[in-house]
Write a protein that binds this ligand. Structure first.
Ligand code: AMP
Length: 216
């Protein structure tokens, strides 16, 4: 039984937010709200929002708060979020966190934990530049640490694996510096509100077991 169900995952790109989210969603049936995934879908569809976001994402910068905040507001109002939700990659700035608080108050919801996955920059860069994503499902692999059984093919659905355009070394470095400048202040923000939980474990299974201890 899940006692704490409305979660934010905080962490630099490559910290494992998507990987751990995927496990918790399967385990607890909560909704996954990844602003990166939503934006990539908009880019793939070629919508006006997608066209605006594509250039910014390729450079490793943040898309305007207004754009992501309205996407998250709509998503949080969907019925599947009643069971709980994981915000993965949002908020990333203090104004986004303030907007989120206002939206949640309007919807009569609140955050139970902001979970911080802390990982050193060196490890993050290694992970990001070796990361592989599945075109068919949300599975995430890593050429070095978590390779697929057959090169280039997803173990789970058999689709092709690809490297995200923003996982090149140069863009990954930009994304880490954006994290330190704009997103790291959120650690204090949520600590001051008594919501921060910093994960002590490393490795997928250990993190999932540690989180079960605080969520169930
Ligand atoms: P992610 O998949 O979370 O690493 O996000 C990929 C890219 O999408 C980021 O580098 C940003 O360009 C954009 N993005 C995702 N979430 C946000 C957000 N909350 N605010 C601004 N930009 C975002």
């Amino acid at each position: 039984m899940l006692k704490k169900k409305n979660l934010i995952f905080l962490g630099a790109p490559g910290a494992g937010k998507g990987t751990i989210s995927n496990v918790l969603i399967a385990k607890y049936g909560v909704a996954h709200i990844s602003t990166g995934d939503i934006l990539r879908a908009e880019v793939a569809k070629g919508t006006p929002a997608g066209k605006e976001a594509a250039v910014i994402m390729k450079a490793g910068k943040l898309v305007p708060d207004e754009l992501v905040c309205s996407m998250v507001k709509n998503r949080l109002a969907e019925p599947d979020c009643e069971k709980g939700f994981i915000l993965d990659g949002f908020p990333r700035t203090i104004p986004q966190a303030d907007r989120l608080a206002a939206v949640l108050a309007e919807l009569g919801k609140e955050i139970d934990y902001a979970i911080y996955l802390k990982v050193e920059d060196e490890v993050l860069l290694q992970r990001l530049t070796a990361r592989l994503n599945c075109r068919g499902c949300d599975a995430i692999y890593n050429k070095l640490f978590m390779p697929p059984k057959t090169e280039g093919i997803c173990d789970k659905c058999g689709s092709e694996l690809f490297q995200r355009a923003d996982d090149s070394l140069e863009t990954a470095k930009n994304r880490l510096s954006v994290f330190h400048q704009q997103t790291q202040p959120l650690i204090d923000y949520y600590e001051q509100r008594g919501l921060l939980y910093t994960c002590k474990s490393t490795g997928k299974d250990a993190i999932v077991a540690e989180l079960a201890g605080i969520l169930e």
